[in-house]
Design a protein around this ligand. Structure first.
Ligand SMILES: CC(C)(COP(=O)(O)OP(=O)(O)OC[C@H]1O[C@@H](n2cnc3c(N)ncnc32)[C@H](O)[C@@H]1OP(=O)(O)O)[C@@H](O)C(=O)NCCC(=O)NCCS
Length: 160
């Protein structure tokens, strides 16, 4: 099989939309945070699999922020982008937006987070991933954010 040494940042980007149903609700009648986190992890995982070219596992979630409650019936889009690639791990930036049902040109950011995803080989051990190439100013900013998060995690005591 061909070995890919480098991938463009844009290659990993994915968007996945879901309509929030009563089954996703909490007793307050809004969407349960855990339901959203599950969708976020799934989306981050797919973006990371695209970059890595194989299986990944979530190692860490940082700075999960709930900016706004989400109502049942809302249409929500999960946007994942690999922002930084280490040796075997990736920083995936996850943004969740809620659409205005009467005007899909409008949306609001409801949640954001960084996911650390690790590429695994067939024995479940970390495996080398392609380097990440940015091509635009926005991608360069995302790369800097991801690199900062990666280095912060590496320097935290008692992380591993
Ligand atoms: C993630 C896991 C495979 C890492 O295994 P490990 O033996 O600690 O691997 P290593 O020390 O070689 O680290 C591998 C990479 O992961 C990163 N990593 C490992 N643990 C991490 C953590 N807690 N936070 C952030 N990054 C982490 C390392 O920085 C390294 O990145 P790099 O190669 O890009 O520099 C292992 O901890 C694991 O299986 N955890 C459980 C995962 C899981 O069940 N997730 C939920 C279900 S999907």
């Amino acid at each position: 099989m061909e070995t890919i040494n480098e991938r463009d940042m844009a290659f990993s980007r994915i968007e996945s939309s879901v309509r929030m149903q009563p089954v996703h609700g909490n007793p307050q009648g809004t969407v349960h945070g855990g339901e959203l986190i599950k969708f976020m992890e799934d989306t981050a995982g797919i973006a990371a699999m695209k970059h890595a070219g194989g299986n990944v596992v979530a190692a860490r979630v940082d700075e999960l922020v709930f900016h706004k409650p989400i109502n049942i019936g809302s249409i929500v889009t999960f946007i994942a982008q690999v922002a930084y690639a280490g040796s075997t791990s990736m920083q995936v930036i996850l943004t969740v937006v809620v659409h205005d049902l009467n005007n899909f040109e409008k949306s609001e950011t409801a949640l954001t987070a960084f996911f650390t995803m690790v590429h695994l080989d067939n024995n479940g051990r970390p495996k080398k991933i392609p380097t990440l190439k940015f091509n635009t100013d926005i991608e360069s900013e995302l790369y800097a954010l991801g690199e900062k998060k990666y280095n912060e995690n590496k320097n935290k005591p008692n992380t591993y």
